[in-house]
Design a protein around this ligand. Structure first.
Ligand code: ZN
Length: 200
C-alpha cells in the first residue's frame, strides 16, 4: 500500500511538472493502453489484448512527429491499473483528448472491424463523436479492417473523464483476419500512424 501511495505522489508531481511546462498551443493527447498486469483483457490463441494495446500506445508516442501534439502514455509498461486510478490521472492531467485502446472479442468469429464508444454525456459529446469517427475512417482507410460505428456506452472512464474521450476497439481478436493484422508489426504500425494522422 505504501509503495502505491508513493507511486501516486510521484505520479502527481510528474503530472504537475508536465502541466507547468506545457506550451499553451500544444495539444496533449493521453493514450490509455487498456488492461495491463494481471488483467490481460481478451486472450485468444496466445495473443493478449494488454500486450497489443501497449505496443500500439508505444508506437503512437514513438512515431509522433507533430510538434503541436504531445503524446502522453497513461500506462508505460505492463502494470495493473484500475479504472478509478486511470480516471484520476486523466482528470489531473486534463488532456485535450483521451484515446483508450482496446481489442474486441466475440463468440461469433465473423464479427470484425474497428469501432468506438463515447459517453452519452452532453459535455464533449459532439467533439468526441467527431474525433472517433475520424479515427475509425483513417484506420480503416488501408482496407485491412472493416468499419464499425461510434456508439454510446456507460463505461466508468467515459462517464467520469472531464475531457473529450473515446474508447477505441481496434479490431476483433476472435476474428482471423483482424487478429492477423492487429498482432502484426505492420498492422500495429499502420494503426498508430493512422491515429496520429487523425489528430492533425
Ligand atoms: Zn479491453
Amino acid at each position: 500500500m505504501r509503495t502505491k501511495i508513493k507511486f501516486l505522489v510521484v505520479l502527481s508531481l510528474c503530472v504537475f511538472a508536465f502541466m507547468a511546462f506545457k506550451p499553451a498551443d500544444k495539444k496533449v493527447i493521453l493514450i490509455d493502453a487498456g488492461h495491463g498486469g494481471n488483467d490481460t483483457g481478451a486472450d485468444i490463441r496466445g495473443f493478449e489484448e494488454k500486450i497489443i494495446t501497449e505496443a500500439v500506445a508505444k508506437k503512437i508516442k514513438e512515431l509522433n512527429k507533430n510538434e503541436n501534439v504531445e503524446i502522453v502514455l497513461l500506462r508505460d509498461g505492463d502494470t495493473s491499473m484500475d479504472l478509478k486510478e486511470r480516471t484520476t490521472i486523466i482528470n489531473k492531467l486534463k488532456p485535450d483528448l483521451v484515446i483508450s485502446l482496446h481489442i474486441s472479442a466475440a463468440p461469433n468469429v465473423t464479427s470484425n472491424g474497428v469501432g468506438a464508444y463515447i459517453s452519452s454525456k452532453k459535455t464533449f459529446y459532439d467533439q468526441s463523436k467527431e474525433i472517433a469517427e475520424n479515427v475509425i475512417d483513417k484506420i480503416t482507410s488501408t482496407g485491412n479492417l472493416a468499419k464499425r460505428r461510434v456508439s454510446e456506452a456507460p463505461f466508468y472512464i467515459l462517464k467520469n473523464a472531464d475531457c473529450p474521450m473515446m474508447h477505441l476497439e481496434m479490431g476483433f481478436l476472435s476474428n482471423e483476419n483482424d487478429r492477423n493484422y492487429i498482432t502484426s508489426e505492420k498492422g500495429q504500425t499502420e494503426i498508430a500512424q493512422k491515429i496520429l494522422e487523425s489528430l492533425k
